[in-house]
Design a protein around this ligand. Structure first.
Ligand SMILES: [Zn+2]
Length: 527
């Protein structure tokens, strides 16, 4: 029997935590942060308290009450915690054989932070390197311990969980397993083992695998708004179970998604777990190529003026899009240390990603402020090659640059004093919730303050981008018609919609040709 229990990602976008059990093996398809639920309880200044271990996360239902999978050094010890968090459900205890991680977006990866470090993480080489770079360059946030675990202990006096002494205790790296048999260079291997802070890492060399427990596993690279995204197929004794992860067909690597569709079809799967972010969107998908052309025109029009490009975090494909625009317009692309760090890490395993230190178009934004260790190291590297740019340099030659800033960096513009008529290109997703719409309002206030021309910014009222303003962002997800075509082509026995607010649309469109099972949180679907 196959059992599929969705603990996250049912009726909502993101937070995928899907337990697949078959043939005495249990794997989790992703283990991400449910941001929708997270923001119902928390915000920037009200966060789950790391000093209380996992207690706040169980209390708010952000982590499923499943025994046997979590880090012991964060597990709260009071006895009735399990009864408190789910009084009417029988608490399950399982042995988890692995997590199949589809990509490095935190709504798919973030809560791996709380899983026991013995549980292997199966993903593409690119995803593993991104995951490490994201953790290395984060400032000690305990929801970002996806690559390595910082050991904690519980203090006797006040029961607080605190990090163990960094000189005595190393971070424990998780066992990463690559599904793409890529041999990595000595330099890449050095990066994998190296720590970005004073605490050293107890390194674990990644291994290549084809089977987890009793289940053969295959992966398929797909196109999404982050490099390294994959779909997975798991072979059970009853047939193949396929998981799409997040995907699209209209990016530069859309051909990968098409290849996945035809290979998945050939497996005649019994189950397809399909994402459905844009199931209600009719298409008119803007391609990455259109973004290049539209951005290029805007930057050419802004001759002699400052240009700011705002795109989603970790969307390095978009960063390289703007690098191409900058090159064609004879400008320098100014990137922040975190993006430089991600690029450098990915360059180690991806030929198509340039080394930012060597690239002629890229330059590093350098501020006079206290930097953490990895940032100091970057500054030294770039300074040696004369590739650091200060706010004063930009102020004096505004038409020479494109700045890769986001809303969260907007106050840096105070140091730059942008001249009237500069352009702010918003190349990110629409504002989905109330909080994002408030941020749009703030962003507009800042742009008005600096007399910058806003391009592609969503409405603060609806969160949508007006038709006349579209063309500067390309979604990371397939449209409704594309998703239906994909599912019909793969033709599974059963389709389970996940990562969507509209699972019923799947039922209404597909139930004449296949079984559609709409998942409920924590309720096993047995096949
Ligand atoms: Zn994603």
């Amino acid at each position: 029997m196959i059992s599929i229990t969705v603990y996250g990602g049912a009726g909502t976008i993101g937070g995928n935590k899907i337990l697949l059990e078959a043939d005495d093996t249990a794997v989790s398809l992703d283990f991400g942060i449910n941001y929708n639920l997270w923001s119902q309880y928390f915000e920037e200044y009200l966060k789950p308290r790391s000093a209380r271990g996992l207690a706040d996360l169980f209390e708010t239902g952000l982590l499923p009450a499943v025994k046997g999978i979590y880090r012991r050094d964060l597990e709260p010890s009071w006895e009735n915690i399990w009864d408190r968090v789910s009084p009417n459900t029988r608490i399950r205890e399982i042995h988890l054989d692995a997590v199949l991680l589809s990509h490095a977006h935190l709504d798919h990866s973030g809560h791996i932070s709380f899983l026991h470090h013995d549980i292997p993480i199966v993903c593409s080489t690119t995803t593993a390197f991104l995951v490490k770079a994201i953790q290395d360059s984060s400032r000690g946030d305990f929801e970002k311990e996806v690559c390595y675990v910082i050991p904690r202990e519980r203090k006797e006096q006040d029961h607080r969980f605190t990090s163990k002494d960094y000189q005595q205790y190393r971070s424990i790296q998780r066992q990463f397993c690559f599904t793409d048999a890529k041999s990595i260079s000595t330099e890449a291997s050095k990066f994998w083992q190296e720590s970005s802070t004073r605490r050293k890492i107890e390194p674990k060399q990644p291994i290549t695998i084809t089977t987890i427990g009793n289940l053969p596993v295959r992966n398929f690279p797909v196109d999404h708004s982050i490099y390294g995204a994959t779909a997975f197929a798991v072979k059970t004794s009853q047939g193949w179970v396929i998981y799409t992860g997040d995907l699209r067909l209209h990016g530069k690597m859309g051909h990968l998604t098409r290849k996945f569709i035809s290979e998945a079809k050939a497996l005649h799967p019994i189950v397809l777990l399909s994402e459905g972010t844009n199931i209600k969107e009719e298409g008119s998908n803007i391609t990455e190529e259109m973004v290049v052309n539209n951005a290029l025109n805007k930057v050419l029009q802004a001759q002699g003026k400052l240009v700011i490009a705002d795109f989603g975090p970790r969307n390095l494909e978009r960063l390289l899009t703007f690098k191409e625009v900058a090159r064609q317009c004879n400008r320098k692309l100014v990137i922040l240390p975190r993006d430089a760090y991600l690029l450098q890490s990915l360059h180690l395993v991806m030929d198509e990603v340039p080394d930012p230190v060597e690239d002629d178009t890229i330059t590093l934004y350098t501020e006079a402020r206290s930097a953490v260790d990895w940032e100091k190291h970057l500054y030294t590297q770039y300074r040696k090659r004369g590739k650091c740019v200060h706010p004063d340099d930009i102020r004096q030659a505004q038409g020479d640059y494109i700045l890769c800033f986001s809303f969260w960096d907007i106050n840096k513009l105070i140091d730059i004093c942008p001249g009237e008529g500069g352009v702010y290109i918003y190349s990110s997703s629409e504002a989905f919730d109330e909080e994002q719409r408030i941020d749009v309002k703030r962003l507009k206030r800042w742009l008005a303050h600096f007399k910058l021309l806003p391009v592609g910014i969503p409405s603060a009222k609806t969160g949508k981008v007006a038709a006349s303003e579209q063309g500067f962002h390309s979604s990371g997800h397939a449209s409704g018609p594309e998703l239906l075509e994909l599912i019909e082509a793969i033709n599974p026995g059963v389709v389970i919609p996940i990562h969507t607010e509209h699972p019923r649309v799947f039922a209404s469109k597909l139930s004449s040709t296949m079984q559609v099972r709409i998942p409920k949180i924590g309720v096993p679907i047995k096949l």
